[in-house]
Design a protein around this ligand. Structure first.
Ligand SMILES: *Cc1c(COP(=O)(O)O)cnc(C)c1O
Length: 517
């Protein structure tokens, strides 16, 4: 890929980086600005706004602070610059392709943001009387309806606040269903390729986790799974499409076998983007599945924004779903079903609740705007284009990178590669760091664990062919450097404001509190 390609992307001629760059006086690198902590630049006697003098009146019962808080202050323009500079140190989906596998980093349409900011959604309070927030409750109820329709399930618990929280909700439903029939099974089977949250959730919910092996093609080993089923198995947690980027073709057979053995089927639905509008998990015998609204239905993700992980439930598990949930009334109004009216609504078996209020309103409105603006045909095209893009990446790289399941046929939404064939001493980490110099956030690395030096690339449907070609060009160049053992790759990134950080130290001994030196 070293000539001009049909999409018009031109590879760099290589002038950049050929001269030694002396350190700058400021520490800045061209327009990439260094920025100290606000505690280092602010001072306690500065303030960006004119505040009225405090009078001595103190509300009765409020404790008085004995010493000043010592918050750092900046002038208004300094404060604006501080936070703008910090924001520019982030990589974002609005800047470039974000190939993180398993995360579905897609464009968030601006329409979502416009809808989420409507005062009737953004400015309401969870303790407001319900008749004053009927529009918001109806939007929640409508989203619930679409999630049930798209998945072919019976009910939905809207309150969980992320995928992992949804997993916990699903497993608590399974536990409640087992308790209701006096059957205290304690084992949850989880495939080797599962996201780390699956076994963590099962353990947290009080189950014992057992692994089930994968076949050489990267799918759940049906024979091994059925052999392990028995009266102690509460259920399975299966990701479909799985984290190797493959559809679990045996899903229906897995569900049937688990049901015959008296267990329940939890499906990790984080990868729903690859099948939305085409496959209904309810038809595959799934009993509970979380949907990451912040993946499949756009909405900010990975940038610290809130998540939302509604859990769709089968007829068998729906009666145990948590409170509160929205229910349409005979007069057309919508009410939140809480402890005091659960029996009236025929929902007295709820296992409890996942959070204080009704869940993430802002994510509901974004997801509903996304679903309604795409429509049924648009959502079908989303999954089709996402899968097409991933296969384009897979087939454009499988001659320079090892694709462990490449022979198994087309992938789903993500392409998986390994470090097989890299020069001695070169690893996936080196390639990922090189990608930073090329101007990309690295792909997901070392996950799934079943592949040595895994590199998981999920381009999503929102990338153009030109953007994919540029990424593929960078990946081809880096793969060749890793195979040739280019020493410069070993110390990449060279052009980022920071080089390689001690990530273990940062994780083990994080500095969470600033102290004056
Ligand atoms: C993202 C993801 C999760 C967890 O979802 P969060 O919203 O991050 O808690 C679980 N499983 C898979 C496969 C995922 O990709």
């Amino acid at each position: 890929m070293n000539e001009l390609n049909p999409s018009g992307w031109r590879p760099s001629t290589g002038e950049i980086g050929t001269v030694d760059v002396p350190p700058t006086f400021t520490g800045n690198r061209a327009l990439q600005l260094e920025e100290p902590l606000i505690f280092e630049i602010g001072s306690v006697d500065q303030c960006g706004v004119d505040l009225p003098d405090a009078d001595d009146e103190v509300l009765p019962g409020l404790p008085l602070r004995a010493a000043p808080v010592d918050l750092p202050g900046l002038s208004e323009p300094e404060a604006v610059r501080h936070y703008t500079r910090l924001s520019r140190q982030n990589y974002a989906i609005d800047l470039g392709l974000f190939p993180l596998g398993s995360c579905t980093m897609k464009h968030n349409p601006r329409l979502n943001e416009k809808v989420a900011r409507l005062p009737g959604f953004a400015d309401v309070h969870p303790l407001q009387p319900q008749q004053t927030v009927q529009g918001a409750l109806k939007a929640m109820n409508e989203l619930a309806h679409w999630l049930i329709t798209l998945t072919g399930m019976h009910g939905v618990a809207m309150t969980p606040k992320a995928g992992a929280h949804g997993e916990l909700c699903g497993l608590l439903c399974i536990r409640a269903a087992l308790e209701a029939r006096g059957d205290l099974r304690e084992v949850i089977l989880v495939p080797e390729s599962a996201h780390g949250t699956n076994p963590a959730t099962a353990a947290f919910a009080g189950f014992r986790v057992e692994n089930i092996p994968a076949t050489a093609e990267g799918r759940v080993d049906l024979a091994a799974l059925t052999a392990r089923l028995g009266p102690d198995v509460a259920g399975v947690m299966i990701t479909n499409p799985n984290t190797c980027g493959l559809f679990e073709c045996d899903m229906k057979a897995i569900s049937d076998a688990v049901h015959v053995a008296g267990g329940y089927v939890y499906c990790d639905g984080a990868n729903f983007n690859a099948i939305v509008g085409r496959v209904r998990p309810g038809d595959l015998g799934v009993d509970a599945m979380h949907i990451n609204l912040h993946k499949t239905f756009s909405t900010p993700h990975g940038g610290g924004g809130p998540g939302s992980g509604p859990v769709v439930l089968s007829e068998a598990l729906a009666p145990f779903g948590p409170l509160p949930f929205s229910a349409r009334q005979a007069d057309g109004s919508v009410r939140l079903v809480e402890e005091e009216n659960a029996a009236e609504e025929g929902h007295s078996q709820a296992f409890g609740r996942m959070c204080a209020f009704h869940g993430q309103m802002g994510m509901y409105t974004r997801a509903l705007a996304y679903i309604l603006s795409h429509g049924a045909d648009g959502l079908r095209q989303v999954s089709g284009d996402a899968v097409l893009n991933a296969n384009y990446v897979l087939r454009s790289l499988d001659d320079v990178l090892d694709a462990p399941f490449g022979a198994a046929g087309p992938c789903m939404h993500e392409a998986l590669f390994s470090d097989d064939g890299f020069a001695e001493g070169f690893s996936t980490l080196d390639l990922a760091k090189g990608l930073i110099d090329e101007g990309f956030h690295p792909m997901t690395v070392y996950f799934p664990l079943v592949v040595h030096g895994a590199m998981l690339v999920e381009p999503t449907e929102t990338e153009s062919k030109a953007a994919l070609d540029q990424f593929i060009g960078a990946m081809r160049s880096l793969a060749q450097r890793a195979k040739a053992g280019d020493p410069a790759l070993k110390s990449a990134p060279h052009m980022a404001p920071r080089r390689r950080l001690d990530e273990t130290l940062a994780a083990r001994k994080p500095k969470l509190v600033w102290r004056e030196a």
